[in-house]
Design a protein. Structure first.
Length: 407
């Protein structure tokens, strides 16, 4: 089995996808858009071949590299991408070079948030009402139609990047200006959904969900990515077989089937509130911020290897144990600037050290990153516990105790 992997060098967890492919016996050729000297030696040592190009988001450059690989041989069986920004390019090049994999039409539905919801709404799935907007005038009209609050977001963004919650007319005008909508950007205006937000992740093989995971945001993404005082948490449950998750698991499988996703990782976000369960969006790729590291740790197996086995051989052998729950806790600096130190580290270590899987505390002298840069932009901890409620309480306590100081 010969697999081309786009960008096996970045971000850092790409190495685990590469390792998974090697563990299941694949020959792997990487397409890389960094200079050889900038690529970690562990990546180069595992690759059976490599093509260096200028930009892995250019379909033409990737196609040219694939054609060179195909001419050299051996036969290429798969072309895979696991990063949101690369999945469309991979699908385009697969179609141009007759390599099997997710069709471009499926990938485009999973990338274009307006088209995705429009398609699912037409089939009766509950989604937020939405209006495509490509000008300031259209945004004002859409806000009047949907009512306030509402959401303005990119059609192909990842996470909460470039997303605005609009509360009033002044906020609408700020969002129009900052988003570039008054300069011709194409976005979507959506109804604001009340309720709790989480995600449903799967490894799907031949259209069948072979394993699934349910995780929760505390708090929801938008406040978490905007408010410095919040130390947000992502928490994966080990109670997935409880009756309370049955509707969500059925719902997620129906979405995957409707979109025609065959063999791929999926990452679906959802809301549950006064209007019941609502679809938010889905990607045909793994979740970000190292969630698969958490799933692997709490499940006591290697999800990256099972993904590789699914891609190469159309099967999985090992599944998560469900004996543990766990998650990611982000620690924000008290201000932007330069890290000067931490407080509460020793207390947290004494009380909860046995539950800390890994942690990253940027050293003194490091520059802080803005809050909107994400859950792993500054300090963070990955934790594990046998009980969901105890894990939630532990993470909240650590968030109150561990402080990151900057000046």
């Amino acid at each position: 089995m010969h697999v081309i992997l786009l960008a096996p060098h970045f971000p850092a967890n790409q190495f685990r996808f590469l390792m998974g492919l090697k563990r299941v016996g694949a020959r792997v050729t990487g397409i890389i858009d960094s200079p050889r000297e900038a690529v970690p030696s562990q990546v180069l040592n595992l690759l059976d071949g490599v093509e260096f190009i200028r930009n892995v988001t250019s379909a033409d450059e990737v196609e040219a590299a694939v054609l060179r690989i195909q001419r050299r041989g051996p036969w290429v069986h798969r072309l895979e991408a696991t990063v949101e920004a690369h999945v469309r390019v991979a699908a385009q090049v697969r179609e141009r070079t007759a390599i099997p994999g997710l069709p471009l039409r499926v990938v485009e539905l999973c990338r274009d948030k307006y088209a995705m919801k429009d398609f699912l709404l037409a089939q009766g799935f509950p989604c937020a009402r939405q209006v495509p907007v490509a000008s300031a005038a259209e945004a004002r009209a859409a806000a009047a139609t949907l009512g306030l609050p509402c959401i303005l977001k990119p059609r192909d963004g990842a996470g909460a990047s470039g997303t605005y919650k609009i509360l009033d007319a002044d906020g609408l005008e700020r969002a129009i200006a900052e988003s570039g909508l008054d300069r011709g950007a194409a976005l979507t205006m959506e109804e604001f959904l009340q309720g709790h937000e989480g995600f449903f992740d799967t490894l799907t093989v031949g259209g069948a969900v072979e394993m699934d995971f349910v995780s929760h945001y505390y708090p929801n993404v938008l406040p978490a990515m905007r408010d410095r005082s919040i130390n947000p948490m992502l928490l994966a449950t080990n109670r997935i077989d409880a009756d309370g998750y049955s509707e969500l698991r059925r719902f997620g499988r129906k979405v995957i089937a409707a979109l025609g996703i065959e063999t791929a990782a999926t990452h679906m976000e959802w809301f549950f509130g006064p209007q019941g369960l609502k679809f938010s969006e889905i990607g045909a790729r793994p979740p970000g911020v190292g969630l698969w590291d958490i799933y692997s740790d709490i499940g006591e197996f290697d999800l990256y290897t099972e993904w590789a086995r699914a891609v190469c051989w159309g099967e999985v052998l090992h599944r998560p144990s469900r004996r543990h729950t766990g998650g990611l806790l982000a620690i924000r600096p008290d201000q932007d600037g330069t890290v000067v130190g931490y407080s509460g580290v020793d207390l947290v270590q004494r009380r909860y050290g046995g539950h800390i899987v890994t942690a990253y505390l940027p050293p003194a002298g490091s520059r802080t990153q803005p809050v909107e840069a994400g859950y792993k932009a500054n300090a963070w901890l990955q934790l594990r516990h046998s009980d969901y409620d105890a894990c939630y309480a532990m993470m909240e306590e650590i968030g109150r105790t561990l402080k990151m100081h900057a000046r």
